[in-house]
Design a protein around this ligand. Structure first.
Ligand SMILES: Nc1ncnc2c1ncn2[C@@H]1O[C@H](COP(=O)(O)OP(=O)(O)O)[C@@H](O)[C@H]1O
Ligand SMILES: [Mg+2]
Length: 164
């Protein structure tokens, strides 16, 4: 993210985050941090706010109070001098480019190869060249040990391989 981001900063930080639906306070000054490389599991009863935390992080749900930081940058706010003001659409779009989510039930295009599933969006949405997208796609497959599956179709992969 920001070049000034310290490697020791938490990658995610919730600072007294409040989320209400009407009178129903779902998150009541929630504080937590996730360090770079740390893996965190959120557990709790149904309706306790787990999905709400994730939806806030994915910028799908606004917060009522507090600040969320991603990579040291406020997610729902933008800096104005010393203070924070509510984020505009451009700031949110910029932040979204650093955020990702894998659904338990995810969607791969069944009629496209593994590699094409990776290259389609960068090419069509971001305007990346096909060659560049394929190069990056292969790098990503290498990271998750799937280079030999690049030309297979989703149904030829195990559930875990699909998720990777
Ligand atoms: N869009 C919404 N409008 C009103 N209430 C909501 C909305 N989304 C979630 N809630 C309420 O917020 C609480 C937390 O929901 P959620 O984060 O989905 O819980 P969990 O994922 O832990 O089961 C629940 O009481 C739920 O009914
Ligand atoms: Mg849930």
């Amino acid at each position: 993210m920001n070049d000034a981001t310290d490697i020791c900063d938490p990658i995610i930080k919730f600072d007294k985050v409040v989320k209400r639906f009407g009178d129903h306070v779902v998150l009541d000054e929630l504080d937590f941090e996730v360090q770079r490389g740390e893996k965190v599991t959120i557990i709790g009863p149904s309706g306790s706010g787990k999905s709400t935390v994730l939806r806030i992080l994915m910028t799908l749900e606004k917060i009522n109070d507090g600040v969320v930081y991603v990579g040291g940058e406020p997610l729902w706010h933008q800096r104005k001098g010393e203070s924070l003001e509510p984020a505009g659409e451009q700031h949110l779009r910029q932040m979204r480019s650093h955020l990702g989510m894998v659904f338990q039930q995810f969607n791969l295009f069944p009629h496209m190869t593994v590699l094409r599933n990776l290259t389609e969006a960068p090419v069509q949405v971001l305007g990346v060249s096909k060659a560049e997208a394929r190069k990056r796609g292969m790098e990503l497959l290498e990271m998750v040990g799937l280079t030999d599956q690049a030309d297979k179709y989703p149904h030829q992969l195990s559930g875990g391989q699909q998720q990777r």
